[in-house]
Design a protein. Structure first.
Length: 178
């Protein structure tokens, strides 16, 4: 399968949003209920425009279709799209703090084909070049296997209310860069 990874542009926002919704609805069914998925789409899962503006968000395209997306951040916000209220855009100190791996979603048609791993590798290379020595992320339950396979560690599950009393679990994971 052929695909190209490139930096996301503001014009990609709608296509990325559509990809996120499709990914969440199809690839999260084993770990989250329908109500949890829909609440997360409404309040947490979404595009974080600051990542696009910072030039740290990527899309993978295959035959004109968005196959995946993901990025890294030099800002404090650990997860959540523009609609997520708990955000902190303060820049991190690369010498003492971890860069954030953010908003990875793969289109169901392209799941388990290495696209997320390729984007993640690119993010790690860029974060290291920026001066970061470690990475941190808030994984959805479906993403844990990928991140563990890529050297991330974590065991602590955290609960996040995503609206109307609906709670979903995530896992905080970290990796030290070589």
């Amino acid at each position: 399968m052929n695909y190209v990874i490139r930096k996301a542009a503001l014009d990609d926002r709608e296509a990325i949003e559509n990809l996120i919704v499709e990914s969440a609805r199809k690839l999260s069914q084993e770990d989250y209920s329908g109500a949890q998925i829909e609440a997360a789409i409404k309040t947490v899962f979404g595009v974080d425009t600051s990542l696009i503006l910072d030039g740290t968000y990527f899309v993978a395209e295959s035959s004109g279709m968005f196959a995946g997306c993901g990025g890294w951040s030099k800002r404090r916000t650990l997860f959540g799209g523009d609609q997520f209220a708990e955000r902190d855009s303060t820049e991190l100190d690369p010498s003492t703090e971890s860069a954030k791996i953010r908003a990875f979603f793969i289109h169901p048609k392209f799941a388990r084909m290495g696209i997320a791993r390729a984007i993640l590798s690119l993010c790690e290379i860029e974060a290291k070049a920026y001066g970061f020595r470690s990475l941190e992320l808030m994984s959805t339950l479906p993403g844990i296997k990928l991140y563990r396979a890529c050297g991330y560690e974590g065991a602590e599950r955290v609960e996040c209310e995503v609206g109307d009393g609906v709670v979903i679990e995530f896992m905080v994971m970290k990796k030290t860069l070589e």
